[in-house]
Design a protein around this ligand. Structure first.
Ligand code: NDP
Length: 283
């Protein structure tokens, strides 16, 4: 039976540290502020944005929400980002993805100044992650690294397999594991013999976006299994990329969905906003 890696407990510990630092900053007259932009009515995005606002409030940070209509033009969005880039009460800016199709995601992401890019999606920040000298850690992968650290799970020399190569999760995840001296394999939809590759993993990270994709026969006995996926089933329930019931008896550690990686992503976002506020105020 695997040990459950509890994202709620670990994220609470991270958030506590952030809250203490926020309180100290406030005594110096600085309140970290996060601006969150959401365009359109995507229900999942609305939930994520609400959770981010709630976290800011819990930790004593300022949050500025901009809920824009679906038909917002690129120019209108760029104008808002430009305004926020120049607003000293805003230390972090994020634009909730996905954006409606008529908006060029790359253009929008690149218009957020790197110093306020708390999602770490700007090419300058991505480049820094690649080199291993970063200001902001990408939120989901960094949250996962925090979980591994909290559980004292050794990465050095371990076979790490990441399923998924997105810019948001898979690629930066593989970089962070590499920086900690893991031997990293990145899999994707064209990978051959996926099952065999996954079975080599001491640490298996699933970021596919397909419910119950990772089955017991893909997992080496005793592996650490990290489930990034958030999939909504027809019955409305949330479900990960890992078939939890099957895999849990085989793994040594496993993250649940919900209550695993998700809360860690938000905790890292808060940490990044704090870092941004400190840097922008030379603290
Ligand atoms: P993307 O859709 O951008 O990427 C999915 C990746 O999975 C792609 O690289 C794709 O390969 C790969 N893939 C798809 N099908 C297969 C297959 N049959 N075999 C092997 N690989 C496959 O998703 P994201 O990375 O943005 O997100 C992944 C999941 O994580 C989603 O469920 C998302 O909701 C969740 N998520 C959760 C977060 C959290 O905080 N917990 C944060 C961000 C995301 P290819 O590149 O070849 O197409």
């Amino acid at each position: 039976m695997a040990k459950l890696i509890d994202g709620k407990v670990i994220s609470a510990a991270v958030k506590n540290e952030v809250a203490t630092e926020v309180a100290a900053l406030k005594e110096k007259g600085v309140t970290p502020g996060l601006a969150v932009i959401i365009v359109g009515e995507d229900p999942a995005s609305k939930v994520y944005v609400a959770n981010k606002e709630k976290a800011c409030e819990q930790l004593g940070m300022a949050s500025f929400k901009y809920a824009l209509p679906e038909n917002t033009t690129e120019n209108e969005l760029l104008e808002l980002i430009n305004k926020l880039n120049n607003d000293s009460s805003v230390n972090g800016i994020l634009c909730q993805l996905p954006l409606p199709r008529h908006l060029n995601e790359e253009l929008i992401i690149n218009s957020i100044i790197p110093e306020k890019d708390v999602d770490a999606f700007h090419p300058q920040n991505v480049g820094k992650i690649m080199i291993g000298n970063y200001d902001f850690l990408p939120c989901t992968p960094a949250g996962i690294m925090e979980m591994l650290k909290y559980e004292n799970i050794e990465i050095e020399g371990k076979e790490c397999v990441v399923i998924g190569r997105s810019n948001i999760v898979g690629k930066p995840m593989s970089m962070l594991l590499l920086h900690k001296n893991g031997t990293v394999t990145v899999c994707h939809s064209r990978t051959k013999n996926l099952k065999d590759v996954c079975r080599r993993a001491d640490i298996l990270v699933a970021a596919v976006g397909r419910a119950n994709f990772v089955t017991a026969d893909m997992v080496k006995p005793g592996a650490v299994v990290i489930d990034v996926g958030i999939n909504r089933l027809e019955n409305g329930k949330l479900c990960g990329d890992v078939n939890f019931a099957e895999v849990e008896p085989v793994a040594s550690y496993i993250t649940p969905v919900p209550g695993g990686v998700g809360p860690m992503t938000i905790a890292t976002l808060m940490k990044n906003t704090l870092t941004a506020a400190k840097k922008q105020n030379n603290i």
